[in-house]
Design a protein around this ligand. Structure first.
Ligand SMILES: Cc1cc2nc3c(=O)[nH]c(=O)nc-3n(C[C@H](O)[C@H](O)[C@H](O)COP(=O)(O)OP(=O)(O)OC[C@H]3O[C@@H](n4cnc5c(N)ncnc54)[C@H](O)[C@@H]3O)c2cc1C
Length: 341
């Protein structure tokens, strides 16, 4: 089963809590309570993979107070339940997919999507409701879900592997791979990517078993890991663009390559080493474009920034979770400050 973890509400005016929004539906809420279930109204934004999910699991997006009680709701529904509408998000360069299976797509095998998911008075039977107006638990639910999700950003390490492989390939195709600064940039990309790998392994390995038997990640390390995710992929992408050269954004289309009129010029002027097929060079450039500027940059870059919470959300968690008293004691003991001082 594939599930969409649906936490993010549209949120309207960010300075106001749910019950003070000028439109009460800007956070998903309970609008009716029946003997057999509840009726909900609202939306969840940016939902990754929603259209290819079997189930959609709704959770509140922020901690709430008594006045927001109607918004403290969590439930799961089959994704094709009556009253749910999916409005697909656009992605940079998305219409290239409509041009046929050309190398201009960049990634010829896979893609992803996000959607605005609208709940227009949708009925949820009681057996599928996990939280009903228990507002005092919404903050805990958000923190725990976010921590698991922040650990799951191992996925960006996999994308990083692909981008590093693409950068090395284009450097070889271009005849630049032996230059010392190129080698050093590839090392830097690997060091950043493996640091991310360390983070996701660490917060899982340092987790603990809960009384229920499930395992919970180390929340401090999960937040540190996600904070690194908001930064390192951008640096890895910058280095990949440096190594790729400008052609990744000025390259003519596959149609031009195949054109009887100008194809010969594209072939002549974009060749590099004799043994490198031009088509291979153009394909790898398109992949780097796809990962750093195109449809896949949605997941590799902007989702790294905002997914599972924007950077500030992790900083708040880090400041709450570090044991500052213990750190101060260590420092003060070493320099001879005693408790009475
Ligand atoms: C590609 C992608 C995929 C995603 N997939 C999913 C998904 O599958 N499921 C899901 O539930 N969510 C998903 N998200 C949503 C993600 O969790 C949110 O983008 C994130 O929580 C930030 O919310 P926002 O986009 O509304 O930005 P905002 O909340 O508007 O944040 C923008 C900036 O304003 C700041 N800000 C906002 N409110 C305040 C405030 N009150 N006080 C101080 N500063 C504030 C933030 O810190 C940030 O710097 C996805 C996002 C992206 C980009």
């Amino acid at each position: 089963m594939t599930c969409d973890g649906a936490m993010t509400d549209p949120k309207g005016d960010r300075s106001l809590p749910p019950h003070q929004q000028h439109d009460p539906d800007l956070y998903l809420r309970v609008v009716e309570e029946r003997s057999d279930g509840i009726v909900v109204r609202g939306a969840k934004a940016h939902q990754t993979g929603a259209v290819n999910s079997h189930e959609i699991i709704i959770m509140p997006t922020i901690s709430m107070r008594r006045e927001d009680m109607d918004y403290a709701v969590s439930f799961a529904l089959p994704a094709d339940t009556d009253g749910i509408t999916y409005i697909m998000g656009r992605q940079s360069c998305d219409t290239r997919k409509l041009e046929g299976k050309t190398y201009d797509i960049g990634n010829v095998l896979y893609g992803g999507h996000e959607a605005l998911v609208v709940f227009d008075d949708v009925f949820v039977p009681w057996e599928r409701v996990f939280m009903f107006k228990e507002y005092d638990f919404s903050g805990q639910l958000v923190e725990q879900f976010a921590s698991y999700h922040r650990q799951s950003y191992a996925c960006k390490v996999g994308v990083g592997d692909v981008l590093i492989g693409a950068a090395q390939t284009i450097a070889e195709f271009n005849g630049a791979s032996k230059a010392s600064h190129i080698k050093d940039k590839i090392i830097e990309m690997n060091q950043l990517n493996e640091t991310l790998f360390c983070g996701c392994i660490a917060c899982a390995a340092e987790g603990h078993q809960e009384p229920s038997g499930t395992y919970y990640v180390n929340t401090l390390l999960a937040n540190v890991h996600k904070q690194n995710i908001t930064r390192f992929p951008y640096e890895i992408a910058r280095l990949a663009q440096d190594i790729a050269g400008g052609l990744m954004v000025t390259l003519p289309s596959e149609k031009d390559l195949l054109s009887s009129e100008v194809g010969k010029w594209v072939r002549k002027y974009y060749q590099t080493q004799k043994n490198v097929p031009l088509e291979s060079r153009l394909r790898i450039l398109r992949l780097i474009e796809n990962l750093t500027l195109g449809t896949a940059a949605v997941g590799y870059l902007t989702e790294s920034m905002h997914g599972a919470g924007s950077p500030q959300a992790q900083r708040i968690m880090i400041s709450r979770q570090v044991n500052m008293d213990a750190k101060k004691k260590l420092a003060q003991k070493l320099c001879g400050i005693t408790e009475g001082d």
